[in-house]
Write a protein that binds this ligand. Structure first.
Ligand code: KIV
Length: 263
């Protein structure tokens, strides 16, 4: 997928959209050689790549540095980059400076969390020529306000609110919406109602697409096992074993051999 038009086309053709996070050049090169549809430079990089407890530590400059690295490796993949915590809540000029830095780093679109207080900004960003992906349900930048990483939209009132916010973000010009940790039935209902594609993480099978954090799906984070996650590799053990093998071979004098040496 190369443009936002491809997202719309996939929705109309009922073809699933695949997205995964990517934070660096090396993985972007692998992603570029894969069939994945698009990449997200998520602010989850504050946790995955920098060891913070929440995404609140991602800054505009950090997002721009990682976005530029990903774009250098991503070939013609569509790259969405997150606007970080508080990067779009400080007034129009500051907000647009954040958008400008992320887009000049090479992103094809930006993503922001929540609808309340963001609708005018979404319109302004879209009118400035920048595609916007919305993000509803569990919005990790609001983890303290939400009282933790919990499934959202459990009761009728919360579901109505999420539905209204989805329609409002579509109306404001978002080309796609991420739904994180909401009941499958709600995601299905919203997906059927919206003209723009939905991309789910912990939102069931009926979204128009799915997104996962790359390190999680590769099993690199041995301690993180939420219900919604499926791991496609035992990355932690495989990589640890490779490192141990290298360590052993050096200590036993097996590596380097003549094959790896210059005469
Ligand atoms: O930052 C991120 O990784 C995300 C995904 C979980 C959708 O926003």
């Amino acid at each position: 997928m190369k443009t936002i038009l491809d997202f719309q086309e996939k929705k109309h053709k009922k073809e699933k959209i695949t997205m995964m996070t990517c934070y660096d050049y090396s993985f972007a090169k692998i992603a570029a050689a894969s069939d994945i549809d698009c990449l997200l430079v998520g602010d989850s990089l504050a946790m995955t790549m920098h060891g913070h407890k929440t995404t609140l530590n991602a800054s505009t400059n950090l997002m721009a540095v990682h976005t530029a690295a990903v774009v250098r490796g991503a070939g013609d993949k569509f790259v969405v980059a997150d606007l970080p915590f508080m990067g779009y809540r400080k007034g129009l000029t500051a907000n647009m400076t954040c958008v400008e830095k992320i887009m000049k780093a090479g992103a094809s679109a930006v993503k922001l969390e929540g609808a309340i207080g963001n609708l005018e900004l979404v319109r302004h960003i879209v009118d400035s020529g920048v595609p916007v992906m919305g993000h509803l349900g569990l919005t990790p930048q609001s983890v303290h306000q939400l009282g933790g990483y919990k499934v959202q939209g459990r009761d009728a009132k919360a579901q109505k609110k999420i539905m209204e916010q989805a329609l409002a973000l579509q109306d404001a010009g978002c080309f796609s919406l991420v739904f994180e940790c909401v009941p499958s039935e709600l995601a299905r209902e919203i997906t059927a109602k919206l003209e723009i594609p939905t991309i789910g993480i912990g939102a069931g099978a009926d979204c128009d697409g799915q997104v996962l954090v790359l390190q999680d799906m590769l099993g690199m984070n041995a301690d993180f096992k939420p219900k919604f996650l499926k791991t496609y590799l035992n990355g932690f053990d495989l990589m640890k074993n490779a490192i141990n093998q290298y360590n052993d071979e050096v200590k036993k004098g097996v590596f380097p051999s003549e094959k790896e040496s210059y005469s």
